[in-house]
Ligand binder design. Structure first.
Ligand SMILES: [Zn+2]
Length: 166
């Protein structure tokens, strides 16, 4: 397990601090079940600052690659990671906006004198993972004909809806 890195989130934003580092899948305990192997690296960059509304915010960038397990053939599947997230730091729970008011690309965090950086990074990576990672048919270890007989993944059903197919 990676040593714990904590920051005072409000101070980090107000003083425009910056930290960056490299983590390996081994550091991300909650990803263990979806990973094919521990291959891959992730670089993260955390930057404090104030946004256009003069509110303290923290920006997080995560880039790298993970090796997921394809849910059809259980073989390795490269998964590029490129995440950019923004968190506005609010003083307490009462300042959290109603869910309807939240903008798509901005999240809110209650100020925390000991924000766990690795937990934040891990949360964002988990949120960005596909629900059911699958190879493209041509790359998959299970031939397409066989794959069709398997239960359709929720992802494929959604895709069908999107393009008006049943
Ligand atoms: Zn596959």
């Amino acid at each position: 397990m990676k040593e714990q890195i904590t920051i005072n989130s409000l101070e980090f934003a107000q003083k425009s601090h910056e930290i960056h580092g490299r983590i390996t899948p081994r550091d991300l305990g909650r990803l263990e079940d979806v990973l094919f192997s521990q291959d891959g690296n992730l670089d993260y960059l955390l930057q404090g600052g104030v946004n256009a509304q003069a509110k303290p915010e923290i920006r997080l960038r995560i880039q790298g690659e993970l090796m997921l397990a394809c849910q059809r053939c259980m073989g390795p599947m490269r998964h590029p990671v490129d995440i950019a997230a923004r968190f506005v730091i609010v003083p307490d729970e009462s300042m959290m906006p109603a869910p309807d008011d939240e903008q798509d690309d901005v999240d809110f965090l209650v100020a925390d004198p000991r924000l766990d950086v690795m937990a934040l990074v891990e949360d964002e990576i988990l949120l960005g993972l596909p629900m059911a990672p699958l190879h493209e048919t041509a790359e998959c270890g299970v031939p397409a004909a066989e794959a069709k007989e398997q239960k359709e993944s929720p992802f494929k059903v959604l895709q069908g809806l999107k393009f008006g197919k049943s």
